[in-house]
Design a protein around this ligand. Structure first.
Ligand code: SAM
Ligand code: SF4
Length: 331
């Protein structure tokens, strides 16, 4: 192995998030505009061969964990084939997928068959009207069927991503916690981040991890911090003191965890980003579409990580939201 991917703050990077599409079949207001989403041309999107080539170049740098995301990754045709190809790369130890589950009913068995074992499913509410209000689509039934299909296919330790927007999801905190507890899923409450397409974010719209911990502890069962949790994981892990499972919190706004960051991101059009909130990005598609050597790709990855900043500045007055919204970066 060559020297690992360490930035100028000593953070070691072993985790790559790959966006496989910027398209989506629903329209969550904190991510996409209701109308007129600007999608990339298909020719701009990396092919499976190009993604595989990038990952093969990145593995010797210490990348061992992948997460496929989007847009909605299940809109990418033949996704299980990509998973098979990535799982076959020596050195890749873990592949996860983040999905809205609308199409999971169709694809769960094939994804499992391709070797996928880790699923994060995005679902904020069990209430049909609120689901439609958030996503501007009436697809809750499909999502719930998709979750059932994933369980039937054999997926375990499913995590549910819940975006915590103040003034909206308070009525869902407890029902979602109970649903997860009954089914053996881990809810992950994610603080609303300034990555929406319509500049709707404001600090007053962030429901913080501490507020949610207080509600769940009071109304479901007492929570305590997991003592031996992985400090480099983005979620702060809690567990029910009665043994009823775990609850995760991604407190990007109220308790930024940038100093533990081990992630880089590849957008669907082949830009490398050292941070979700990065303003600058590095093109790798040009290299992947040329006869560039692995050494050249490695040099570009190293250069991007070397330029990594200390962290996002959501909490400072000089914060500037990135030019791409969440669906175009890959969450
Ligand atoms: N479409 C898939 C999905 O929704 O899970 C994958 C892509 S989506 C961009 C990845 C995750 O980003 C979602 O699960 C959701 O929890 C999160 N997300 C989207 N917009 C967000 C925002 N403005 N703040 C915090 N989390 C957000
Ligand atoms: Fe689509 Fe996921 Fe964005 Fe919702 S959060 S609009 S499901 S990409």
């Amino acid at each position: 192995m060559i020297a690992p991917l360490i930035d100028s703050f000593g953070r070691v990077h072993d985790n790559l998030r790959i966006s496989v599409t910027d398209r989506c079949n629903i329209r969550c207001f904190y991510c996409m505009p209701e109308e007129g989403a600007q999608y990339m041309d298909r020719a701009e999107i990396l092919t499976f061969e190009e993604i595989e080539r990038f990952v093969r170049a990145a593995v010797p740098l210490g990348i061992t964990k992948l997460r496929l995301t989007g847009g909605e990754p299940l809109l990418r045709r033949d996704l299980p084939l990509l998973i098979e190809r990535l799982a076959a790369i020596p050195g890749i130890r873990d592949i996860a997928l983040t999905t809205n589950a609308v199409l999971l009913g169709k694809h769960a068995a094939d994804l499992y068959g391709a070797g996928l074992r880790r699923l994060n499913i995005h679902l904020d509410t069990l209430d049909r009207a609120r689901f439609e209000q958030i996503t501007r689509r009436d697809d809750l039934t499909k999502v719930l069927a998709g979750i059932d299909a994933a369980v039937d296919a054999g997926f375990e330790n499913i995590k549910l991503n819940i975006v915590a927007v103040k003034g909206l999801v308070e009525p869902d905190i407890v029902p979602m916690a109970l649903y997860c507890r009954e089914r053996g899923f881990e809810p992950r409450y994610i603080e609303f981040m300034p990555l929406d397409a319509q500049s709707l974010w404001g600090r007053s719209r962030v429901l913080t991890a501490d507020e949610i911990i207080a509600v769940v502890s009071r109304e479901v069962a007492p929570l305590r911090a997991v003592p031996d949790a992985d400090p480099r994981a983005p979620a702060t892990e809690y567990e029910y003191s009665d043994g009823g499972g775990r609850v995760g919190f991604i407190a990007s706004v109220s308790k930024p965890f940038c100093m533990n960051c081990n992630r880089i991101r590849l957008t669907s059009d082949g830009k490398l980003r050292y941070c979700l909130f990065a303003i600058e990005e590095t093109d790798v598609r040009g290299l992947l579409r040329s006869d560039a050597s692995n050494e050249e790709i490695v040099a570009v990855i190293r250069g991007n990580v070397a330029a990594k900043w200390v962290g996002h500045e959501i909490n400072s007055p000089q914060f500037v939201a990135p030019p791409r919204p969440m669906y175009s970066i890959g969450g």
